[in-house]
Design a protein around this ligand. Sequence first.
Ligand code: AMP
Length: 375
Amino acid sequence: MSPATTKPPASTSPAKTIGIVGAGQLGRMLALAGYPLGLEFVFLDKSTDAPGGQVGRVILGEFNDPKKLGELAASVDILTYDVENVAVEALGDIPKSKIFLPPVAALAAGQDRLSEKQLFQTLKIPTAKYRSVDSMPDLEEAIHAIGYPAVLKTRRLGYDGRGQRIIHSPAELGSAFNALGGVPLILEEFIDFTHEVSIIGVRNRSGQTAFYALTENRHRDGILRLSIAPCPDRKLQSLAQKHARRVMQHFNYAGVLTLEFFVKQGKLIANETAPRVHNSGHWTIEGAVTSQFENHLRAILDLPLGDTSPVGCSAMINFIGELPPRADILKIPGAHYHDYGKQPRPARKLGHATLVCKTRKELLMRLKKLPGLNY
Ligand code: AMP
């Protein structure tokens, strides 16, 4: 048959355009995972050089500007987000016909450390003792109930260790309150943990649910430096899954959900929930059969979920403040390099590397060769 008479095949699945509130590295990685599925992406972000702009159109504007959110909604089929500080009130103007996932209720719960703690209590997920603090007398009463040391945190907009102070003695009460005060706070029991882990779950709109391998995380100055997966403790894996499943069922959730825990004396103590793809899941790009990014998209589009099994043992190292030369990483067998294309700034996440090996022993040995590994 001559090309002139060939009819193009009828399309069985219409192209879907995904709107992402926030064009950070998470949005960029979502888009990179979505292009093979035939998806297109439009972002909303206030920054002209946000990483998402390298891979999709960016509507310039604030996350809490209902007009800009409306403009994004009008340009796409379905909405999701890569940031947690989207003002829930501003979402009210998005037409009801437009799907916005993960659910707003999960977003709202994750934005406020007090509602997050209350959620854990309601769902019988162990968490640190806490008290809400709005004044100096509140703080005195709270420390009396919780004891020293304790962690004072802002209820909202705290991430990567920002907006928190450890209080060791009565002499530090005033300075901690003054440093953070003026906004609603929460005082938490200081957990003397042995390590930190996170579980990443994914649930599609039909309720199909899957979990990634439990990931061990190391932070410094409140910022994630290193993740290693799978964490070999089967008991903790199934306990973490049980907790995450409960959160997802509670919200009739769709998308990727992350729960972060402290491990103390072999028990899990929930610290935070993030209703989105997560830094501790970046290893899944090369280290799992289907990445957290692809599965998030499958979940919100109600497609069958991909296999979450690990393909070996992986380590993810964040590049904070500066990027090592590509060649220094890529010469290590099993290493992959990710540069988010961001301007260097102290304490800024600029990229990451993932090292995938067959065994944990081999992984820990090769990890020592990675430059800049300082956690
Ligand atoms: P967050 O912003 O709550 O995720 O805290 C950032 C990091 O600070 C955590 O990953 C822990 O390493 C540490 N941290 C936060 N809360 C506590 C706590 N209650 N006890 C001990 N360490 C904490």
